[in-house]
Design a binder for this molecule. Structure first.
Ligand SMILES: Cc1ncc(COP(=O)(O)O)c(C=O)c1O
Ligand SMILES: N[C@@H](CCCC[NH3+])C(=O)O
Length: 463
């Protein structure tokens, strides 16, 4: 996941510690549109503006840290995915990336479906008004209660992940008098080029049923014997933050092979395949993601080609992008605090959040960029490490980044591309209060998830 780069470029105001970092951008004040949400610009004062609003005013009104989400960008990305795949396919937004009731409303308005993977996500989806038949339920260890709720509400599909679950879902569906549409999640045996923790299609892991050794084929046999289950298709998700579509190609090829085996053994052609999510986004200028249009074209071509070769009727395709939709639409707004210049070592810039609002750097060695957004600066670039305020030396937000050398406490910093897997993976470590998500659009700001309060923390502490 991390892209190596080379220390180079002009003389820097700071020391140059060991590590991998990109040379400073030619203009540290630039906000690269490939990394920042679509409506981000700077105003005449030099402050960043998003959705028509000055970040200094947002910080004043909503405090820091805060996730600032560009609603117009979110909606535009939904539309781009829908249009790219067209009417012959379904796009399920992966709610694990970030879900709230407002997001659910936007998704409905944009004609999207929704993938959830827990009772909590299902509850938010239903409470936001998403029709149950547009929801897919995932999970490698769904509880009986989760399955009962999902079947009872009439979710459009449950993605089966184990032999135990086949029996459990069938039993619950029978008890509730339903015929539940299901897909079977298969592991196709692909080593996706991403961090080990977010690759999901190699065989040695907890998700899915392996194609190899006939495990998935056996799952199909079992599902087809159960009247309360309607097998609508095969599902594959190869991992996350993937740029190279060759993994999807192999996955599509192997999934179509299974469809062919099913046709040959059972005389039926399954109507759908789902190739999951996982498309990468730009966190830094070194990342070069592909457009939904290109991705859709290549996935559709692969499926058509493979089906034609197997003489199968082309199944309906679905995909489940999460990060690629919400990731780029938000940035985290922080206030800079302590700045420690360790002679001959490194400069540490502490912000008022950290691993509790962005665990990805610590967990996946993820790389982020950062910019001074409350003003511009002509000072020399200073190589810095942006860290949080937690009692942990691994509490790093941005490992190596160039910031202007005149950075001072009170300046506002923003870390772009934090829309996915930041608020949704946020914690209360050190009893931090999880930051709000503020949606901005056309000059208006709306808190869609409020900041936690001490009362929220203490309410759970019932000892
Ligand atoms: C089954 C499934 N679908 C979709 C996604 C969404 O992935 P991403 O946010 O990388 O698009 C995930 C997460 O990796 C997943 O596990
Ligand atoms: N949470 C991960 C990705 C896993 C996605 C869910 N299968 C991330 O932040 O990149």
């Amino acid at each position: 996941m991390s892209r190596s780069a080379h220390p180079a470029g002009p003389r820097h105001a700071d020391v140059m510690p060991e590590g991998h970092y990109t040379a400073p951008a030619a203009d540290l004040n630039a906000l690269d549109p490939r990394i920042w949400a679509r409506t981000v610009t700077r105003n005449a004062d030099g402050a960043a503006v998003v959705g028509g609003l000055d970040v200094r005013h947002l910080a004043e009104e909503f405090g820091t840290p805060a996730y600032i989400l560009d609603e117009a960008d979110f909606r535009a990305r939904c539309r781009a995915w829908k249009e790219a795949f067209g009417t012959g396919a379904d796009v399920f937004y992966a709610g694990k990336a970030f879900l709230s009731r407002a997001v659910v409303r936007w998704l409905q308005e944009e004609g999207m479906n929704l993938d959830v993977c827990s009772a909590g996500e299902l509850a938010v989806a239903l409470s936001g008004g998403m029709p149950a038949d547009r929801i897919a339920l995932h999970g490698n260890n769904k509880s009986t209660e989760e399955i009962e709720r999902a079947v009872g509400e009439g979710v459009g599909r449950i993605v089966l992940d184990s032999f135990e679950e086949i029996v459990r879902v069938a039993h619950i569906a029978r008890k509730l008098g339903r015929r539940q549409p299901v897909q079977i999640r298969v592991t196709v045996g692909v080593e996706a080029h991403t961090h080990e923790f977010i690759a999901t299609a190699h065989e040695d892991q907890k998700f899915g049923l392996a194609l190899s050794g006939g495990v998935a084929a056996e799952a199909v046999r079992r599902v087809l014997k159960l009247d309360s289950l309607e097998l609508i298709g095969i599902h594959s998700h190869i991992g996350s933050q993937i740029f190279d579509t060759s993994g999807f190609e192999v996955a599509a090829h192997r999934v179509v092979d299974l469809l062919k085996e099913i046709r040959d053994e059972h005389g039926i052609e399954l109507p759908e395949i789902d190739l999951g999510g996982g498309l990468g986004i730009a966190y830094t200028a070194d990342d070069d993601p592909r457009e939904p249009r290109e991705i859709a074209k290549s996935l559709r071509e692969i499926v058509s080609r493979e089906c034609a070769a197997a003489r199968l009727t082309e199944p309906r395709l679905s995909v489940e992008p999460g990060r690629a939709i919400v990731g780029p639409t938000a940035f985290t707004l922080y206030e800079a605090g302590t700045i420690k210049r360790l002679d001959g070592l490194r400069t540490y810039v502490s912000v008022d959040g950290g691993m509790s609002d962005n665990i990805r750097t610590a967990l996946y060695d993820a790389e982020y960029s950062v910019a001074l957004v409350s003003r511009t600066s002509d000072a020399e670039p200073m190589l810095a490490r942006v860290v949080g305020k937690h009692c942990e030396s691994g509490d790093i937000v941005v490992k190596d980044a160039f910031l202007p050398a005149d950075l001072a406490p009170g300046d506002l910093l923003a870390v772009p591309a934090t829309g996915a897997y930041c608020r949704s993976m946020a914690s209360n470590y050190n009893h931090a209060l999880r930051p709000p998500v503020v949606a901005v659009r056309d000059g208006e700001a709306k808190v869609i998830v409020r900041r936690e309060t001490e009362d929220d923390l203490l309410r759970l502490d019932v000892g």
